[in-house]
Design a protein around this ligand. Structure first.
Ligand code: PLP
Ligand code: COI
Length: 353
């Protein structure tokens, strides 16, 4: 008997699928009928179950509410024209969830619970996977401290859930960013490399300040000097100066993005010159002024590849040039064609469900 055979499945009595307009999906606002749930108690994860997507009941003293002990992942499921279901490099999400979990003193989830559980869930909710171009089923695995107590120490109980949301594009319209000179999302020795919930909460206030100033997102710089470009919102960032595509090396402060590392591979395959090195704000400013700055784009699961149309730094604003066939477009097509089974998967990234 495999794990998949032992996953108990309780189907919803009332599917909500007919209420969803699959031609007009926003990002992460409607949720599929079912979720996968596993509880950690007495030192072990229980066999996951698939249940109707439903509210949870938690004690007000659950440590998630007080100490923010939580980690999450973001992935997508795609359907090709023959209704085959695919995931993109899912083992990497599973590994990263457990890297994040370890840093946040959360017990690691067995890989089989994640992988087999996710596949079983996708089969149950396969009708929820959109097929329209630019849409997919966003998959959100997460773990949080459900154990009780005000003592500032790790909880003794946790809940692991995978929920899914049929989703359209993360951004609508142009994305203008502000290069941050005061706030930071991460610091050396901190939790920036982990997908810890609190990392995102910490971004909301500075991002709102940037929105109030007329931008959509923040380009995060290093916490110490604010002289190095690190990430863009919840995305890794790529900068094209002349014909070289630059991105920062991953570190304690930068998330090891799956889209980022896939883009580096595809770019190499396309003959695009890449350089993984620290990027200074001053060199980007100089390149913007002398015309060598060609493109900036963010890369991440939710956002795929999102071109940045312009940026602000201190009191100056710059527009990025409009190119006929930017790297962003070329790379986005390559990666989405692989994800959706429209192109050969020469790197072995697709996983059929
Ligand atoms: N950086 C941050 C802070 C993120 O939250 C994400 C999103 O997951 C990324 C980068 C991109 O990572 P990935 O491509 O694995 O989704
Ligand atoms: C993703 O790209 O999947 C993320 O997790 C970013 C998220 C904050 C929407």
């Amino acid at each position: 008997m495999t794990l998949t055979d032992t996953i108990k499945i309780t189907k919803t009595q009332q599917s909500k699928i007919n209420e969803v307009d699959f031609n007009n999906l926003s990002f992460g606002t409607v949720f599929s009928d079912h979720m996968l749930i596993s509880k950690y108690k007495n030192g072990a994860w229980e066999t996951p179950e698939i249940t109707p997507f439903q509210p949870l009941t938690l004690d007000p003293s659950s440590k998630i509410f007080h100490y923010g002990q939580s980690v999450f992942e973001g992935m997508k499921a795609y359907k090709d024209k023959d209704e085959n279901i695919f995931l993109f490099r899912p083992e990497d999400n599973c590994k990263r969830l457990n890297i994040s979990a370890k840093r946040m003193a959360i017990p690691e989830v067995p890989e089989a619970y994640f992988m087999e559980g996710l596949k079983a869930l996708l089969k149950v909710d396969s009708d929820w996977i959109p097929t329209k171009d630019g849409s997919s089923l966003y998959v959100r695995p997460f773990i949080f401290a459900s154990g009780n107590g005000f003592h500032a120490s790790p909880a003794d109980e946790y809940i692991f859930i995978i929920s899914t949301a049929p989703s359209g594009p993360y951004f609508s319209g142009k994305v203008r960013v502000r290069i941050e000179e005061k706030y930071a999302r991460a610091a050396n020795g901190g939790v920036g490399f982990a997908k810890a919930g609190g990392n995102y909460a910490g971004q909301f206030y500075p991002t709102q300040l940037a929105i109030d100033a007329g931008y959509n997102q923040v380009i995060w710089t290093d916490d110490n000097t604010h002289e190095y470009i690190e990430e863009a919102g919840a995305m890794n960032v790529f900068i094209r100066i002349n014909d070289t595509l630059l991105t920062s090396p991953t570190s304690d402060r930068i998330l090891d993005g799956i889209t980022r590392k896939s883009i580096l591979k595809i770019a190499e395959d396309e003959g695009i010159k890449t350089d993984v090195r620290k990027i200074t704000v001053s060199e980007v400013m100089e390149a913007a002024k002398n015309g060598n700055l060609k493109e900036i784009f963010g890369a991440g699961t939710a956002a795929v590849i999102s071109p940045i149309s312009g940026f602000g730094y201190k009191n100056e604003d710059f527009d990025l040039p409009k190119l006929d066939y930017p790297f962003a477009l070329r790379l986005k097509k390559r990666i989405t064609d692989i994800q959706t089974n429209k192109a050969e998967d020469k790197f072995g990234w697709r996983v059929k469900v």
